[in-house]
Structure formats: C-alpha cells, structure tokens
Design a protein around this ligand. Sequence first.
Ligand SMILES: Nc1ncnc2c1ncn2[C@@H]1O[C@H](COP(=O)(O)OP(=O)(O)O)[C@@H](O)[C@H]1O
Ligand SMILES: N[C@@H](CCC(=O)OP(=O)(O)O)C(=O)O
Length: 382
Amino acid sequence: MTDLLRQEIAATADLIVVKVGTRVLTAPDGTLNRERIAQFAEEMSRLLDSGRKMVLVSSGAVGAGMDRLKLKQRPTDLARLQAVAAVGQARLIEAYDQTLAVHGRHGAQVLLTAEDLDHRVRYLNIRNTLVSLLEFGVLPIINENDTVAVDELMTTFGDNDRLAARVTNLLRAPLLVILSDVAGLYDRSPDDPQAQVIPVVHKFDDQLMSFVRDKKTGLSKGGMASKLEAARLVTTAGENVIIASGRDPQAITKIVAGETIGTLFLPQGKTVSPRKRWIGFSVEPRGRITVDAGAKRAVEESGRSLLAIGVVGVEGDFEKGDVVRVCGPEGNEVARGLTNYSAAEVARIRGIQSDKISDILGHCPYVELIHRDNLTLSRAAK
Ligand SMILES: Nc1ncnc2c1ncn2[C@@H]1O[C@H](COP(=O)(O)OP(=O)(O)O)[C@@H](O)[C@H]1O
Ligand SMILES: N[C@@H](CCC(=O)OP(=O)(O)O)C(=O)O
C-alpha cells in the first residue's frame, strides 16, 4: 500500500522542495562539508535535467562563515552569529553554484523572513520570482535572511523547516523532502538501539508528538519538533512530506524513484486553495478570538462564517484585515481567519447579534466577523 502510494507521489511530483539542515551540511565542529554540498548540487542538476522542477531550502550559512573566519566554535551571541551567517551565505551559494555550473545549471540566492511571507503582496511577489526562476531552469536556493531575522538563529521554533513548509505551500508543491541526520521519524529516541523508523504517518495525533526527543545543541535549532510542525503545515494543506537521511547521497534520487526510505506524511484532507493556504499555513496570527461551542461547530463542521454572537473572548492587538486564531471554548485552535474587525471592536461586539453591531460601533461594514471564504480550518476538512 505504502509503496504504491510512494510510487504514485514520486511519479506525480513535478515540483519538489528539498530542505537540507545544518546537521547534514556541516561537520561535528560546525564547519561546512563542501563534499556534501557538491553531491546535493549534482543530484539537483540531474533531477532538473530529468524535467522535475526543484527548489532547495539550505541551512549552512553559519557553518560556511565559521570556515571563512576560521572560528572553531559557533558564536553564541546574536550579532556575531548574524555576522558569521552573512559571511557564510555568500560562500554557501558559491559552493552550490560551482558544482551546478559544471552541469550547465545556475543557483539563485533567495533570502526570506517570516514577515515577508505574512504580507500578501510580498508573498505573491516571492511566488512570482520563484516561478520565473523555475521557468529559467534555475535552482532557487533559499535560506532565512539571518541579518534581519533572528528566529531561526536563536529560537527553537522559527527555523528553516517551517520556512520550507511555507515555501512548499506558497508554490503549491506536491512534495516537501526534509533531509536531516536521522533516517526519518523514529518511534523513540534515535539513540535507543530498539528505535525503528515509522514508514508512514496517516494522522497527526498526540502519540506522534510523544516520539519527539529533541536535545538542544549549538549546531542546529529546529529539531524533530519543528520538522513535525512543518509536516503538519504541508499535509494539512493537502500535500506530502518525506523526512529522510541526508547522509545518504542518493536520498532524493531514491525518493523520486518511489523507494521506501524515511517517513512519509500523507495529506490530512482535501487540497486547500492558495488563498486559504496563505491564511492558514503561512501568516503568523496577530491575536486570538475564543468562541462558544455552537460557533465552533458552525465553523468546524458546517463550514459557516464566524459571527459576533458566538464570540466569548478576544486577545491580542490586531487590526481589521489581520489573521487571527479562532479557538474553541477549551482553548484549542479551530481555524485561522482574516478578521473584518479590530481587537478593540471585537471586544465591544462579542456575543452580539449581527444586526445590533451598528448600534454599538456606529457602523457595520460586514455582517460576518470572519467570512467563511477567509477561514482556514486548522485540522483538515474531511
Ligand atoms: N523521534 C525522533 N526521531 C528522529 N530524530 C529525532 C526524534 N526526536 C528527536 N530527534 C532529533 O532530531 C534531530 C534532527 O533535527 P535537527 O537537529 O534540527 O537537524 P537539522 O539540522 O537537519 O535540521 C536528530 O539529530 C535527532 O536527534
Ligand atoms: N540560517 C542559519 C541557521 C539554520 C539552522 O539552524 O537550521 P536547521 O539546521 O535547519 O535547524 C544557517 O544557514 O546557518
């Protein structure tokens, strides 16, 4: 079953986003592994030659910068990390480009921040640029813009795994491949000799999250938790993710041949429209609206718009047009949506019938607090 599925996914994935993490691209002392970069570039060239469109999300700027500046240890303070990444980013692209050129291909540097993807216009500009690069037969090589973004360098969450997921959703790519130093998602700590790779994940549940055994080290920051979050973002939008070992120099080639390697995460439901992907899986929400059980059902099960009458609470400092979380009475996120009213307005009209909104606010531009066309369910629709 899984093998047939893999073969079908491999055969139909005309556009593949590949994310390569720090652990694969750097030696244990943190410096850049140029041999691995050359292998990736060669593999990417072959796949481009075979007619697939490929996008690479590559970490490794800090490692490359350490090489250049002859640092033996990864800096721990932010400004120095950013400086090292700025030096290294140029080296990283150069290293990819050298091998790509041997195969008649070119790499293009694309540096992005989470905020770039929050803005609808910038988001569409990024999409247009990437699509044009693909039409030129060029390999876009994406990294977070470390000079301005601090998330990926310092925190445990906003890392290249999630950036890769957002780029996959932006391009509507059918497959995201995340390459790391592990063979896939293990059913227990990777250090445990009994640990087995889970070949396929059908559903995101609490048990899945319980397999995460991240130990934070100085090297990479995302860990398996952020890989699972990336997989959730992509599969909820209706596409596929494979986590596999980047230590295998043929990993992508094998995946494209439909071989059973790594962990395959299957789509969680129907394919989600491009605009709803942006709302649900790209933008960072600016606040939270808590709704009662009836409104939760209306949104989640009946696909209805959210009305003020079902709102019981509001948090955050959002404006009209911002994306907010919609949470049920127990606090669980039900959906994300573009709100028609600011946080201050929602606080005044919560629990109110729609025809009374203008009595309170003096105007009522919209009957719905969030229109259903602007709502994306956080769990896939059946
Ligand atoms: N259940 C698990 N299965 C596999 N790897 C896991 C698991 N839980 C935690 N990990 C850790 O996730 C690490 C990979 O993530 P990360 O360090 O962010 O690598 P990368 O630099 O490739 O992004 C592995 O080295 C492993 O220690
Ligand atoms: N952007 C930085 C850090 C990337 C990073 O740590 O990411 P990852 O290894 O994917 O968790 C770099 O290129 O070195």
